[in-house]
Design a protein around this ligand. Structure first.
Ligand SMILES: NC(=O)c1ccc[n+]([C@@H]2O[C@H](COP(=O)([O-])OP(=O)(O)OC[C@H]3O[C@@H](n4cnc5c(N)ncnc54)[C@H](O)[C@@H]3O)[C@@H](O)[C@H]2O)c1
Ligand SMILES: [Zn+2]
Length: 360
């Protein structure tokens, strides 16, 4: 099957996202075709272990630059290490950097590419579901500081994105499911068809049927490309992507980022946001129930036992202060439609948290 091409508009130039099963094997051709030959490939050990064998051509004789795995490696220290590796390999202004891995590799190598010699051409080759549908598109790169997540970063659009849904076969089950919650988010905010596609074919999705995953990744990339194309720097409409994220981020914060994978926290946040939306009569109740049902069919989420609603509300208040001082809460106005409201009350949030199991 020929890969699907989705163009993403950006102030720094439009870039293509290609999605296709088996695309990874052809990645050297795609790079050459885009004048991005002889790259430095940055990756993490698990990804290279599973997929490196077919990528010797891409990484060249020197092999890839390996960075440590996991969210804890998303630091300025790792970025410094990457600069050093780029220097050893005599990278120049025109040397492409290929970020091969999940969101951690993409954000960190992307930030290094954005800043080394004031910017090298960046290619994302995302290998997690989350990275394929979310972090590789939209141009956000960055790292964490001790004081918080993603505090140092930039808007730095890639020149090319290559998504191969076949690589998702080797993804740990929990990571795959965590990405699926973000897929469901796209369905809720923009595409009832995508929501139904996942819901009606969940077994095949969980079996990671390559054709179906290709269809799903394409749908998500189209939604994200459309949203970021209209609001690259998150001045307004891009915020619809935050559906489920206000409460999700707060859950991640109060659990010190240890209990939930990001997507799992977002799943809880979506259920709570759907509760607020349905209580306001914005989202039909049966749709809120369909969402809850789909999330349930994906398997158990981490327990919210021991979490106090007051702490979650406080984390949300701090988060909103850190952002722009206003709580812009994304509600669903029925599958495929959103409404951003700034008047969601503590009472509504408390009721929504109770609905997902947090009781004071
Ligand atoms: N830039 C953005 O717009 C944006 C958007 C959303 C999330 N993010 C960031 O993305 C990060 C999370 O990304 P993630 O969920 O991809 O996590 P991750 O990059 O840590 O990957 C999860 C795990 O899967 C492994 N892995 C990756 N691909 C694999 C494969 N094909 N087979 C087997 N194992 C594989 C990784 O090595 C890692 O252990 C967070 O830091 C988050 O802040 C950024
Ligand atoms: Zn997210």
């Amino acid at each position: 099957m020929t890969p699907v091409r989705i163009d993403v508009a950006s102030a720094q130039g439009t870039y293509p996202v290609f999605v296709g099963a088996g695309l990874l094997r052809e990645s050297p051709d795609y790079l050459r075709g885009a004048n991005l030959a002889s790259p430095v490939v940055v990756t993490v050990p698990p990804v290279w272990r599973h997929h490196g064998a077919g990528l010797a051509d891409l990484a060249g004789q020197a092999g890839p630059v390996m960075m440590p795995d996991g969210e804890r490696a998303k630091t300025l220290r790792t970025v410094t290490r990457l600069y050093e590796a780029f220097l050893v390999r005599r990278a120049e202004r025109t040397t492409p950097i290929v970020a091969l891995g999940g969101g951690v590799a993409g954000d960190t190598a992307g930030f290094a590419a954005a800043t080394f010699l004031r910017g090298l051409p960046l290619v994302h080759v995302p290998t997690t579901l989350l990275a394929q549908v979310d972090s590789a598109i939209g141009g956000k790169v960055g790292v964490n500081l001790a004081q918080g997540k993603n505090l140092a970063g930039a808007f730095y659009p890639p020149r090319l994105v290559l998504c191969d849904p076949e690589v998702l076969r080797t993804l740990p089950r929990r990571e795959f499911r965590a990405g699926l919650y973000e897929v469901i988010k796209y369905g809720v905010i923009a595409s009832p068809m995508l929501f139904d596609l996942v819901s009606a074919n969940l077994k095949r999705v969980l079996a990671r049927d390559a054709d179906l995953l290709t269809q799903i990744v394409v749908s998500c990339c189209r939604v994200k490309a459309d949203v970021v194309g209209r609001d690259e720097y998150e001045r307004g409409s891009r915020r619809v992507l935050n559906f489920g994220h206000t409460i999700g981020h707060a859950l991640e914060t109060v659990t010190g980022y240890r209990r939930f994978r990001h997507g799992e926290a977002v799943a809880c946040g979506m259920l709570a946001a759907a509760h607020v939306s349905a209580s306001r009569g914005l989202m039909p109740r049966e749709q809120a129930e369909a969402l809850a049902d789909l999330v349930r069919r994906l398997g158990a989420l981490p327990s919210v036992d021991g979490l106090r609603p007051a702490d979650v509300l406080e984390a949300m208040a701090r988060d909103k202060k850190a952002r722009d001082g206003r709580l812009a809460f994304v509600l669903s106005a029925g599958l495929g439609t959103t409404r951003i409201e700034s008047d969601v009350t503590a009472g509504e949030l408390t009721a929504a948290l109770a609905a997902i199991g947090l009781r004071g």
